[in-house]
Design a protein around this ligand. Structure first.
Ligand SMILES: [Zn+2]
Length: 481
């Protein structure tokens, strides 16, 4: 294939590889936290518009008034004080971390996770804008579908309802009986919240005008992530909302669990969380789970905590996808687990820049090749591209440079992104991804037959896959020969 041959000629040139990969259609980004997806420059811009301030000691975004001791207005810093502006960006991201920028006494994981508190003030009131810039980033990277992790604001009402119910952590039926009567109103509020974002985003990107931005073509779906390092009852409340929303609103397609896995509360309650998910899944069997699991490495936690997180996510909670899976080689029965994941098509979302910054795991130490050789489906994702100062093209670039992936490997990964997406509908592929298409589309060329069109209209997943195939064909025929 000419494109693969061209790739071989340029693979050792980072600038040429960047140009090639930037233009390559990449299918989907299945692991993307909305808050972490935004670059610090955008947060500072929005903070300025919202009259928020920067703290003079911590460089976090804080509430007004700004002309008081310990605070400074964002605009003054942005326009007149480059040194402080630069410090603010370094505080809201891990900029330069891999090149040793920043305090060497602060670990990568601490610097990474501290950014979320630092930009929270600017994030909370700008969710619609954040979704819009994330879609714009996807369009720039030729990513057609994004699964974004974001929590509706109405989740708070559920958390408060279970907050003081001591002793119920392990009694899932009791927690459900508190939450279930509240869910209809919370769901209605959450849906209205996201209706508002839809309107705002369409306006920002001109999606209803004669000249819509390329971002308008990017499909977005949402997963609700529970924050794992809080009280167990609150985690349960967030899970319950995730399951309920995925059943109530097609924009919401799955449930996740996030926040530092090495946090003592996360470690203590890990199995409890998996049992909560098993309980809720038994009541909502159609709702799929993608779970952060194994975002750990030796030394960060005691070896016993590396022993079974991925297995428990797969076997107890029934995860369809695993986020990170970095500590797989430390799992108690890793070969057996890898076989099971390959057999059951449990995909792994690989986040190379994230793992390098947070865990210091990169290059040959990263298990990407292990998963691939075991036949486990893999996808590449961004995790927190704004905080990490990366983008999807860069994740593909890293996969080539650090793991020697070739063009056909990347093409498979792009296709996997849509195959393992939680978007509704049947697959375009009969059995294996990239093989024979389903019967209604088997005889279609570039233009789908009537039967194929009907099939695509009824199956959003297949429609996205069809579009990716057209884009790949265009990419391969037009750009690099
Ligand atoms: Zn993540």
């Amino acid at each position: 294939m000419q494109t693969a041959a061209y790739f071989e000629r340029i693979a050792d040139s980072p600038p040429k590889l960047r140009m090639f990969l930037q233009a390559m259609p990449k299918g989907a980004d299945l692991h993307n936290h909305l808050g972490g997806s935004v670059y610090a420059e955008d947060y500072l811009h929005w903070a300025d518009a919202d009259d928020l301030c920067i703290a003079t000691d911590s460089y976090r975004i804080v509430q007004p008034p700004c002309n008081t001791p310990g605070r400074m207005p964002v605009r003054g810093v942005a326009e007149n004080d480059y040194a402080r502006y630069s410090r603010a960006i370094d505080t809201l991201s891990v900029r330069g971390w891999e090149n040793h920028v920043g305090d060497p006494a602060v670990a990568g994981y601490d610097r990474f996770f501290s950014t979320f508190d630092a930009f929270r003030g600017a994030a909370e009131g700008n969710v619609g804008k954040a979704i819009a810039v994330t879609r714009e980033a996807a369009a720039r990277d030729h990513v057609g579908y994004v699964e974004l992790m974001v929590k509706p604001k109405a989740a708070r009402a559920l958390q408060q309802a279970v907050e003081t119910k001591a002793g119920t952590d392990d009694d899932f039926a009791a927690l459900s009986s508190i939450l279930n009567p509240l869910l209809p109103a919370v769901i209605e509020q959450a849906r209205a919240e996201f209706d508002g974002y839809d309107t705002e985003i369409a306006a920002i990107e001109g999606c209803k005008t004669a000249q819509p931005a390329p971002a308008c073509a990017v499909e977005v779906r949402y997963q609700i992530p529970a924050r794992r390092n809080q009280s167990a009852a609150r985690v349960f409340a967030e899970f319950a909302l995730g399951f309920a929303m995925a059943e109530a609103d097609p924009r919401f397609v799955g449930v996740n669990i996030a926040a530092p896995e090495h946090d003592p509360v996360s470690l203590r309650d890990y199995t409890l969380h998996m049992r909560m998910l098993a309980f809720l899944k038994s009541r909502h069997p159609a709702v799929p789970l993608s779970l952060h699991a194994g975002e750990l490495t030796l030394g960060l936690v005691p070896p016993r905590d590396l022993h079974s997180h991925i297995r428990d996510a797969v076997e107890i909670a029934g995860a369809k996808r695993i986020g990170h899976g970095v500590d797989i080689a430390y799992e108690g029965e890793a070969p057996k687990l890898l076989k099971r994941m390959a057999r059951d098509r449990v995909a792994v979302e690989i986040n190379l820049s994230s793992n390098a910054a947070i865990l210091g795991v990169k290059g040959r130490d990263h298990p990407l090749t292990l998963y691939r050789e075991a036949g486990v489906p893999v996808v590449l994702s961004t995790d927190d591209q704004g905080v990490l100062r990366s983008d999807m093209t860069n994740e593909y670039l890293r996969a080539v440079q650090e793991h020697r992936l070739r063009y056909l490997d990347l093409k498979q990964i792009a296709r996997n992104g849509l195959e393992y997406a939680f978007v509704s509908g049947a697959s375009l592929w009969q059995s294996h991804v990239g093989g024979a298409t389903v019967a209604p589309c088997a005889t279609s060329g570039a233009v789908p037959s009537i039967a194929c069109t009907q099939f695509l209209n009824a199956n959003p997943k297949a429609q996205l896959q069809w579009r990716l195939e057209q884009d790949l064909a265009k990419f391969e025929s037009g750009l690099y020969q």
